[in-house]
Design a protein around this ligand. Structure first.
Ligand code: IPE
Ligand code: IPE
Ligand code: MG
Length: 244
């Protein structure tokens, strides 16, 4: 974490988290309140994603992980899932605002269930932004924390089987290195809008010592000032990591 030195509204003198995780929840309820189809809620939520990622960069956050689609979200009606997938593709056709801001884009999750087209666009976006270093935006697509831990364990098991690793080499550090987030620091702050107070299988390993910030605001209504408030609340917490 770094002390933000920029003289900037109420976040100057604030301890800004290095890594923020955001559970982008409440799109469906936002649409329902307006008697609109759920997919329009997702469209509005996607706009909020872009806005809040750029706001995070302006506030000095180095990593932001956004939960876009969980391994459990396939349970939804097919037309809603299709609409969400289409939205991802549309978004990946225009990542120019991230490019301009020198933002690196990374995807986490199991890509094997996504369409070839989407997988290619994801790969392309990752390749062109590989060396961008102002901030890293991580999008969790078909992501589940439990399946990520299984993936890590399988990677390690393969190496043990091939004799590259000894069973005694397995420790927290090794499991962490083999997660999708291998080189990304642990999460400092998890933000969940929409009034739900749960992780829903998001970054369960990485958030072991995260602070949590819950708000009733529905994701499409979430504004830059709400991110500022979450960061301010984080800054006022006393993290002890088991110490005193
Ligand atoms: C989050 O919004 C988006 C995804 C899970 C893909 P929801 O669609 O879960 O919105 P609510 O919770 O039904 O309001
Ligand atoms: C979590 O939201 C997943 C994403 C925001 C992508 P859900 O709406 O799927 O979570 P639950 O079902 O309320 O726990
Ligand atoms: Mg939801």
């Amino acid at each position: 974490m770094a002390v933000n030195s920029k003289k900037q509204d109420d976040i100057s003198e604030t301890l800004v988290p290095t890594h923020i995780g955001v559970i982008m929840d409440g799109n469906g309820r936002w649409a329902k309140k307006r008697l609109l189809p759920r997919k329009l809620g997702h469209r509005e939520g996607a706009k909020t994603f872009k806005k809040i990622a750029l706001a995070g960069k302006a506030m000095g956050v180095k990593y932001m992980t956004f939960y876009a689609f969980s391994t459990e979200n396939w349970k939804r009606p097919k037309d809603e899932v299709d609409a969400i997938m289409k939205l991802f593709e549309e978004y990946l056709d225009d990542v120019s605002s991230f490019e301009k801001e020198n933002i690196r884009l990374v995807f986490i999750g199991d890509r094997s269930m996504l369409s070839t087209n989407l997988r290619e666009k994801m790969k392309h976006a990752e390749e062109i932004s590989r060396d961008f270093d102002s901030m890293t935006v991580i999008l969790a697509v078909n992501y589940g924390g439990q399946s990520e831990i299984c993936h890590s364990v399988k990677e390690i098991a393969k190496k043990v089987k091939d004799g590259e690793l000894d069973i005694n080499d397995i420790d927290e550090h090794l499991i962490e290195k083999n997660l999708y987030t291998g080189n990304i620091p642990p999460v400092d702050l998890i933000i969940r809008p929409s009034g739900e107070m749960r992780l829903s299988n998001f970054l369960i390993w990485q958030s072991a010592y995260a602070e949590y910030y819950f708000t009733d605001i529905l994701w499409p209504d979430f504004k830059e000032k709400d991110l500022g408030e979450a960061i301010k609340a984080f800054s006022d917490r006393n993290r002890r990591f088991g110490g005193i």
